[in-house]
Design a protein around this ligand. Structure first.
Ligand code: HEC
Length: 139
Protein backbone atom coordinates (compact mmCIF):
# COMPACT_ATOMS: atom_id res chain seq x y z
CA UNK A 1 0.00 0.00 0.00
CA UNK A 2 2.83 2.40 0.93
CA UNK A 3 4.63 1.48 -2.24
CA UNK A 4 1.55 2.20 -4.37
CA UNK A 5 1.23 5.62 -2.79
CA UNK A 6 4.88 6.35 -3.47
CA UNK A 7 4.48 5.17 -7.05
CA UNK A 8 1.39 7.34 -7.45
CA UNK A 9 3.26 10.37 -6.12
CA UNK A 10 6.13 9.76 -8.50
CA UNK A 11 3.80 9.42 -11.45
CA UNK A 12 1.94 12.56 -10.43
CA UNK A 13 5.23 14.43 -10.15
CA UNK A 14 6.37 13.10 -13.49
CA UNK A 15 3.14 14.24 -15.14
CA UNK A 16 3.52 17.64 -13.54
CA UNK A 17 7.09 18.01 -14.75
CA UNK A 18 6.19 16.93 -18.27
CA UNK A 19 3.29 19.38 -18.28
CA UNK A 20 5.56 22.19 -17.16
CA UNK A 21 8.27 21.50 -19.70
CA UNK A 22 5.69 21.23 -22.45
CA UNK A 23 4.26 24.56 -21.41
CA UNK A 24 7.64 26.19 -21.66
CA UNK A 25 8.99 24.52 -24.73
CA UNK A 26 6.84 26.29 -27.35
CA UNK A 27 7.97 29.64 -25.99
CA UNK A 28 11.55 28.55 -25.84
CA UNK A 29 11.32 27.26 -29.41
CA UNK A 30 9.73 30.44 -30.61
CA UNK A 31 12.41 32.57 -29.07
CA UNK A 32 15.02 30.29 -30.61
CA UNK A 33 13.39 30.55 -34.03
CA UNK A 34 13.11 34.30 -33.82
CA UNK A 35 16.69 34.87 -32.89
CA UNK A 36 17.94 32.46 -35.54
CA UNK A 37 15.81 34.29 -38.14
CA UNK A 38 17.31 37.59 -37.15
CA UNK A 39 20.75 36.08 -37.33
CA UNK A 40 20.20 34.83 -40.87
CA UNK A 41 19.28 38.30 -42.03
CA UNK A 42 22.41 39.87 -40.70
CA UNK A 43 25.06 37.23 -40.91
CA UNK A 44 24.61 35.15 -44.03
CA UNK A 45 25.18 36.80 -47.35
CA UNK A 46 24.49 33.52 -49.08
CA UNK A 47 20.97 33.91 -50.42
CA UNK A 48 20.30 36.11 -53.48
CA UNK A 49 17.70 38.14 -51.60
CA UNK A 50 20.18 39.04 -48.89
CA UNK A 51 22.75 40.16 -51.44
CA UNK A 52 20.19 42.29 -53.22
CA UNK A 53 18.98 43.84 -49.97
CA UNK A 54 22.55 44.57 -48.90
CA UNK A 55 23.40 45.92 -52.34
CA UNK A 56 20.43 48.24 -52.12
CA UNK A 57 21.51 49.48 -48.71
CA UNK A 58 25.05 50.19 -49.91
CA UNK A 59 23.70 51.86 -53.05
CA UNK A 60 21.34 54.10 -51.10
CA UNK A 61 24.04 54.94 -48.55
CA UNK A 62 26.83 55.62 -51.05
CA UNK A 63 25.56 56.28 -54.56
CA UNK A 64 22.03 57.66 -54.37
CA UNK A 65 23.01 61.18 -53.29
CA UNK A 66 24.54 61.63 -56.75
CA UNK A 67 22.97 58.98 -59.00
CA UNK A 68 19.52 59.26 -57.33
CA UNK A 69 17.66 56.41 -55.65
CA UNK A 70 16.33 55.20 -59.01
CA UNK A 71 19.77 55.46 -60.65
CA UNK A 72 18.82 58.06 -63.25
CA UNK A 73 21.42 60.58 -62.10
CA UNK A 74 21.39 64.00 -63.75
CA UNK A 75 22.91 67.32 -62.62
CA UNK A 76 23.34 67.76 -58.86
CA UNK A 77 25.17 70.22 -56.71
CA UNK A 78 27.33 68.49 -54.11
CA UNK A 79 29.32 70.65 -51.72
CA UNK A 80 29.11 73.62 -54.06
CA UNK A 81 30.23 71.65 -57.10
CA UNK A 82 28.08 71.06 -60.16
CA UNK A 83 28.27 67.37 -61.01
CA UNK A 84 26.68 65.34 -63.78
CA UNK A 85 26.42 61.78 -62.48
CA UNK A 86 25.62 59.31 -65.25
CA UNK A 87 22.20 57.79 -65.69
CA UNK A 88 23.00 54.24 -64.53
CA UNK A 89 19.76 52.97 -66.08
CA UNK A 90 20.61 54.10 -69.64
CA UNK A 91 21.08 51.65 -72.52
CA UNK A 92 24.75 52.68 -72.60
CA UNK A 93 25.22 51.81 -68.92
CA UNK A 94 23.33 48.51 -69.31
CA UNK A 95 25.94 47.44 -71.87
CA UNK A 96 28.91 48.59 -69.81
CA UNK A 97 30.74 45.46 -68.55
CA UNK A 98 30.90 44.57 -64.86
CA UNK A 99 34.65 45.25 -64.72
CA UNK A 100 34.05 48.89 -65.67
CA UNK A 101 31.65 49.34 -62.76
CA UNK A 102 34.05 47.71 -60.37
CA UNK A 103 36.85 49.98 -61.56
CA UNK A 104 34.76 53.13 -61.29
CA UNK A 105 33.73 52.19 -57.78
CA UNK A 106 37.31 51.36 -56.75
CA UNK A 107 39.07 54.28 -58.42
CA UNK A 108 36.30 56.83 -58.76
CA UNK A 109 36.51 59.45 -61.51
CA UNK A 110 38.46 62.18 -59.74
CA UNK A 111 38.24 64.74 -62.55
CA UNK A 112 34.45 64.50 -62.69
CA UNK A 113 33.72 64.37 -58.97
CA UNK A 114 32.92 60.68 -58.63
CA UNK A 115 34.63 59.55 -55.42
CA UNK A 116 36.59 56.33 -54.91
CA UNK A 117 34.90 53.73 -52.73
CA UNK A 118 37.82 51.43 -52.14
CA UNK A 119 38.08 52.53 -48.49
CA UNK A 120 34.32 52.47 -47.98
CA UNK A 121 33.10 49.27 -49.61
CA UNK A 122 34.72 45.86 -49.79
CA UNK A 123 34.99 44.07 -53.12
CA UNK A 124 32.03 41.88 -52.15
CA UNK A 125 29.95 44.90 -51.18
CA UNK A 126 30.72 46.53 -54.53
CA UNK A 127 29.56 43.35 -56.26
CA UNK A 128 26.31 43.55 -54.31
CA UNK A 129 25.85 47.18 -55.34
CA UNK A 130 26.41 46.15 -58.95
CA UNK A 131 23.98 43.26 -58.57
CA UNK A 132 21.38 45.72 -57.25
CA UNK A 133 22.02 48.14 -60.16
CA UNK A 134 21.73 45.30 -62.70
CA UNK A 135 18.74 43.50 -61.24
CA UNK A 136 16.65 46.37 -59.90
CA UNK A 137 17.64 49.72 -61.40
CA UNK A 138 18.40 48.46 -64.92
CA UNK A 139 15.49 46.05 -65.02
C1 HEC B 1 29.66 62.62 -55.23
C2 HEC B 1 28.83 62.13 -56.31
C3 HEC B 1 28.91 60.68 -56.71
C4 HEC B 1 28.75 59.58 -55.93
C5 HEC B 1 28.52 59.52 -54.44
C6 HEC B 1 28.82 58.44 -56.82
N1 HEC B 1 29.03 58.85 -58.11
FE1 HEC B 1 29.16 57.69 -59.74
N2 HEC B 1 29.50 59.30 -60.88
C7 HEC B 1 29.49 60.62 -60.44
C8 HEC B 1 29.74 61.51 -61.55
C9 HEC B 1 29.82 63.02 -61.48
C10 HEC B 1 29.90 60.69 -62.68
C11 HEC B 1 30.13 61.16 -64.10
C12 HEC B 1 31.58 61.14 -64.44
C13 HEC B 1 31.78 61.52 -65.87
O1 HEC B 1 31.22 62.51 -66.29
O2 HEC B 1 32.50 60.78 -66.53
C14 HEC B 1 29.75 59.32 -62.23
C15 HEC B 1 29.83 58.22 -63.04
C16 HEC B 1 29.57 56.93 -62.65
C17 HEC B 1 29.56 55.79 -63.52
C18 HEC B 1 29.72 55.80 -65.04
C19 HEC B 1 31.07 55.87 -65.55
C20 HEC B 1 30.95 55.88 -67.06
O3 HEC B 1 30.91 56.98 -67.63
O4 HEC B 1 30.89 54.82 -67.65
C21 HEC B 1 29.27 54.71 -62.77
C22 HEC B 1 29.15 53.26 -63.23
C23 HEC B 1 29.08 55.16 -61.42
N3 HEC B 1 29.28 56.52 -61.39
C24 HEC B 1 28.74 54.35 -60.38
C25 HEC B 1 28.60 54.79 -59.07
C26 HEC B 1 28.32 53.92 -57.97
C27 HEC B 1 28.04 52.44 -58.10
C28 HEC B 1 28.33 54.69 -56.86
C29 HEC B 1 28.14 54.23 -55.43
C30 HEC B 1 29.03 53.19 -54.95
C31 HEC B 1 28.60 56.05 -57.26
N4 HEC B 1 28.77 56.06 -58.61
C32 HEC B 1 28.68 57.12 -56.41
C33 HEC B 1 29.29 61.04 -59.16
C34 HEC B 1 29.09 60.22 -58.07
Amino acid sequence: MKFTKLLFTIIALAVLIVACTQDQSPNANQAGENSSNTNTNFETAATPLDELAQGKKHYVDNCARCHKEDGTGGPVEIEGEELKPDDLTSEKMKKEPDEEYMEYMKDGIPDEGMPSFKDVLSEDEMKMVLKYIREELQK
